[in-house]
Design a protein around this ligand. Structure first.
Ligand SMILES: Nc1ncnc2c1ncn2[C@@H]1O[C@H](COP(=O)(O)OP(=O)(O)OP(=O)(O)O)[C@@H](O)[C@H]1O
Ligand SMILES: [Mg+2]
Length: 241
């Protein structure tokens, strides 16, 4: 559904991605792992259209969207839940959610239906619908961030470290919510540093290093964690030479 091929990208003269390629099949849940500063968010920014790659291609359903403006991508069903659980702190939970449906300018009944859908998925957001988003806990903010993306009716969701800085019990809730999205038929690209969570829910995982995918495995009854650990933590082997 989403194909990223040979992406070269960076900031100014600093190149971060060196020929990165990654595919997300329809209905797939693909995890992208890697240490701090390895270029995971940079990759999602390229896919979301927030950063123009110097080379390479991004296609969605076979259509080249490499240069499609970022603001036109949610309308094509591609939506990013950015890192850092950013919400509009001074606005209420419900106002934040309505912002997510804004670009579609659908009729009110449609929006109300989508809002109810988000509240069914995240009952805590319904309880706190009138509260300022700035008052939410980290877990609730992450739910709001995901809920806001759902308001644009995405088919392909990019999630940037949704588990970061959350207590284990809350990570579990977020993981379950992500699995729920997949059951809904969404395709997901999940950036994570929480290897355990990625192993639990993803069906394929990739590790980014040196600006490209250096390790890929199907998660089939769990990747041998030792193999992954040796690669991910202590350097392992990669195919960069
Ligand atoms: N706007 C920017 N301008 C300049 N350099 C940037 C910018 N954003 C990121 N970088 C640099 O690009 C590199 C990759 O950053 P990126 O945010 O993609 O990493 P990451 O893998 O998402 O890390 P983390 O897990 O910490 O979020 C880092 O060295 C970072 O300092
Ligand atoms: Mg990042």
């Amino acid at each position: 559904m989403l194909a990223v091929e040979g992406i070269e990208a960076g900031y100014g003269r600093t190149r971060i991605l060196h020929g990165l390629s990654i595919d997300v099949p329809k209905g797939g849940l693909i995890a992208l792992l890697g240490g701090n500063g390895t270029g995971k968010s940079t990759c999602l920014k390229v896919i979301a259209g927030l950063l123009t790659p110097g080379a390479g291609r991004v296609t969605l359903d076979g259509e080249d969207i490499t240069t499609l403006p970022a603001e036109d991508r949610p309308g094509r069903g591609l939506c990013l839940v950015p890192q850092g659980k950013e919400v509009f702190g001074a606005m209420s939970v419900e106002e934040n959610l309505m912002m997510g449906g804004f670009h579609r300018r659908r009729d009110k009944a449609d929006l109300a239906e989508d809002l109810e859908g988000v509240y069914t998925r995240f009952p805590r957001l319904k309880e706190r619908r009138r509260v300022s988003a700035g008052m939410l806990s980290g877990g609730e903010r992450q739910m709001l961030s995901i809920g806001r993306a759902l308001m644009s009716r995405p088919r392909m969701l990019l999630l940037d470290e949704p588990s970061a800085a959350l207590a284990p019990k809350v990570v579990e809730e977020i993981a379950e919510a992500i699995l729920g999205l997949r059951e809904l038929g969404l395709s997901l690209l999940l950036v994570e540093q929480n290897v355990g969570m990625a192993l639990e829910i993803a069906d394929h995982l990739h590790v980014i290093r040196g600006g490209r995918i250096a390790f890929s495995r199907v998660v089939d009854g769990g990747v041998a964690p030792d193999e992954l650990r040796s690669f991910y933590l202590s350097g392992g082997h990669d195919d960069e030479s």
